[in-house]
Design a protein around this ligand. Structure first.
Ligand SMILES: Cc1cc2nc3c(=O)[nH]c(=O)nc-3n(C[C@H](O)[C@H](O)[C@H](O)COP(=O)(O)OP(=O)(O)OC[C@H]3O[C@@H](n4cnc5c(N)ncnc54)[C@H](O)[C@@H]3O)c2cc1C
Length: 483
């Protein structure tokens, strides 16, 4: 069902939207409007205390971004706006242009530089340099014939087909949302916003690209000894093997540098959730003295001051940490009113066969904000983006495509000297719809725990240098797809 937003509704809702931008700003984006959010009492233009955006002159009313067009040249064909320049959005922007060359494609992204989450665990351990995982959005746009707009989206009017950014609005014919994830600190018992903020800045999860990774790298490089806690959340979290891979990589640094320290891996799940044999072998054979694994740790709180993870049954004190809470669909999905009410992770309400918002074939959601049990991985987001670009191109010509499975190809580095990796690849059976929150949770659990919904699988659990090399080649091919 399509939501109608009248101008009055929009102004009434704009306070919430402003809060959404403030949250996005914390990720390192421009976040201009967050300054105005605290003093906002009426419509932005009525607010005499609002001092405007960093990019605009002081005292400019906040409403200017609502009434001003973003500075983009007039489109020569139908315009597609892609929101989010991550693995899904970058691939989508490129393939929309490849599928429909007449289309004018604009990619809107909060950050000005791309830092990759995949391979970041290797960078944490010094196996690749920062240049390997850092790329330019400008190159991506120039090489693939679309426009890059460094801005943050905070609302949309689907009747007008208009999306609002902090640099003005853009009218679209097609809108693709690929905003990724946000963290759900409430799910680990941290409800107070001040505590959430303290936890996020002092012990960041580093599961969203950007500053969190820089902070974590400095922690590892400067660690002098003791316990370094990592947590594995519940649910269908971003990149199921990544917390286990990260544990191996950090333990390998301690081992190499002879640090008197251990990784304390606190897992919500009853057992290693994916690639179990491969990770178990690495834990026992390579990191016996550098890693302790605790399954079934249900976290009910974190005491930042006392450096303690509070479990349902036991507490775990640490010297340093990266706390990965449960994840949820990006907050933008919620502020646009697009959450599937049955999704336990507040993901989008889409037709799972074609990825359009239910009842609106002009708006699509891809990547980690989707509600299906697909792996929340970069390779899945890329495959899905290619398919959805074809869905949109087909619909422009009045054709409807049949659902196709994405292909998830997933390497994990488990040893650093020599560089050895393990591998799992799979395809999926068609989506199944959950009709209640319980059913939805069960469907996702069915997909991710049993693997029974996989149409095909390829498992290489014996770590090898050949797989280590293949992992770096996988990264080059996938970066090349986007840039
Ligand atoms: C440590 C780690 C290791 C991983 N390893 C692998 C791996 O080996 N293989 C693999 O396939 N996957 C891996 N992943 C998972 C992969 O990174 C994600 O699944 C993938 O990035 C999802 O793509 P996405 O486009 O949905 O989200 P993202 O890539 O996170 O992109 C979302 C983008 O949207 C932007 N955005 C959000 N809100 C707004 C807004 N309001 N306005 C404008 N822009 C906005 C964000 O800034 C961000 O750039 C790993 C992840 C981590 C954290």
């Amino acid at each position: 069902m399509k939501e109608n937003i009248s101008r009055r509704d929009f102004l009434r809702r704009s306070k919430g939207a402003v809060a959404g931008v403030a949250a996005a700003g914390m990720m390192g984006g421009s976040g201009q409007i967050s300054q105005g959010a605290e003093s906002y009492r009426g419509t932005p233009s009525q607010d005499p205390t609002y001092h405007g955006a960093q990019r605009g002159p002081a005292m400019r009313p906040a409403s200017f971004v609502i009434h001003k067009k973003a500075e983009l040249s007039e489109p020569k064909g139908p315009r597609a706006v892609v929101v989010g320049g991550g693995w899904g959005g970058l691939t989508m922007a490129k393939h929309l242009k490849l599928q429909s060359p007449e289309m004018d494609v604009v990619l809107v992204e909060t950050h000005s530089v791309f830092i990759s989450c995949p391979i970041s665990n290797l960078w944490l351990a010094g196996l690749v340099d920062q240049g390997f995982i850092t790329h330019s959005f400008l190159d991506a746009a120039a090489n693939n014939n679309y426009t890059f707009l460094n801005a943050t989206v905070f609302d949309a009017d689907r009747d007008k087909r208009r999306v609002y950014t902090d640099r003005g609005y853009i009218d679209y014919d097609y809108l693709v949302l690929a905003p990724g994830i946000d963290y759900d600190y409430d799910a680990i018992g941290v409800h107070d916003l001040e505590q959430q903020q303290a936890l996020m800045s002092r012990y960041p999860a580093a599961f969203k690209p950007g500053s969190e990774h820089l902070t974590l790298k400095a922690k590892i490089d400067n660690f002098e000894g003791g316990l370094f806690a990592l947590t594995v959340p519940s649910g269908n979290y971003r990149c199921l093997p990544a917390p286990y891979e990260r544990a191996c990589m950090i333990a390998s640094v301690f081992k190499k540098n002879k640090i008197k320290g251990k990784v304390l891996l606190l897992d919500h799940n009853p057992t290693i959730k994916i690639k179990r044999e491969g990770f178990e072998a690495a834990f026992h054979e390579l990191y016996k003295d550098y890693l302790e694994y605790y399954p079934s740790v249900s976290i009910v709180g974190v005491d930042v001051e006392k450096k303690t993870v509070i479990g349902e049954f036991d507490d775990y004190t640490f010297d340093d940490a990266a706390i990965y809470p449960r994840i949820r669909g990006a907050k933008l999905i919620e502020s646009l009113g697009l959450v599937n009410k049955y999704s336990p992770q507040k993901e989008a309400w889409i037709d799972q066969f074609h990825s359009n918002v239910v009842g609106d074939d002009r708006v699509y959601v891809i990547g980690d904000s989707r509600p299906t049990g697909f792996s929340k991985s970069g390779s899945t987001a890329q495959e899905e983006a290619k398919f959805v670009a074809r869905v949109i191109a087909g619909r422009m010509k009045g054709q409807e495509l049949k659902w196709e499975t994405p292909y998830t190809s997933c390497f994990s580095m488990v040893n650093s000297d020599p560089m050895e990796a393990i591998y799992l690849g799979f395809k999926y059976l068609p989506p199944q719809a959950g009709i209640t929150p319980m059913a939805m949770e069960r469907v996702v659990a069915f997909w991710t725990h049993t693997g029974a919904a996989f149409a095909w699988r390829d498992r290489k659990m014996n770590r090898s240098e050949e797989m280590g090399e293949a992992m770096l080649e996988w990264a080059r091919v996938h970066y090349n797809e986007m840039f």
